[in-house]
Design a protein around this ligand. Structure first.
Ligand code: DQA
Length: 151
């Protein structure tokens, strides 16, 4: 089962960017944690990060023909206003799990709104890098449920 992880703007800086908010675990180390969790879950993970809205949309659109079963997305600041990413996720018709390192509801008011959440199965917010592992588990479960595969 293929799970595609998509990260939006500035998440390539993870580990050095606002460490008081996002912690010091690097983007690469987070990917390693997810890779390690994937094996026992029977999942194969692919990662994509871009600072560009259109590139993220192109990646979402390519997911279904590639046989991706579920998408995990941390859209970064696009979370709060990208209707184009929301529409792309709705169009692709795959289970989507939204993930955030920080607790977006404990931060500035503009972060309290996610335009992505209504097209996601659910959202994981505030658990730091461990949230990505939780998101992987949720994505695998959602894809299994969708395909009615027991496990
Ligand atoms: C974020 C939260 C967003 O509000 C912010 O713009 C980010 C990171 C998070 O993972 O906590 O870039 O998505």
């Amino acid at each position: 089962m293929k799970v595609l992880f998509i990260e939006g703007p500035n998440l390539n800086l993870q580990g050095g960017r606002e460490p008081g908010v996002y912690g010091r675990v690097t983007a690469g180390a987070i990917r390693e944690r997810v890779q390690q969790a994937a094996g026992p879950l029977g999942a194969e993970v692919d990662f994509f990060q871009s600072n560009h809205e259109g590139a993220i949309i192109d990646r979402i659109q390519a997911a279904r023909p590639e046989g991706v079963a579920a998408v995990v997305i941390n859209p970064g600041a696009y979370t709060h206003y990208s209707l184009a990413i929301r529409d792309a996720l709705a169009a692709v018709g795959l289970p989507v799990v939204e993930v955030h390192l920080s607790n977006i509801y404990a931060r500035e008011e503009f972060r309290h709104t996610s335009v992505i959440a209504p097209v996601a199965v659910g959202q994981i917010s505030g658990f730091g890098p461990h949230g990505y592992v939780l998101a992987l588990e949720a994505a695998v479960a959602a894809a299994r449920e969708k395909n009615d595969v027991r496990g």
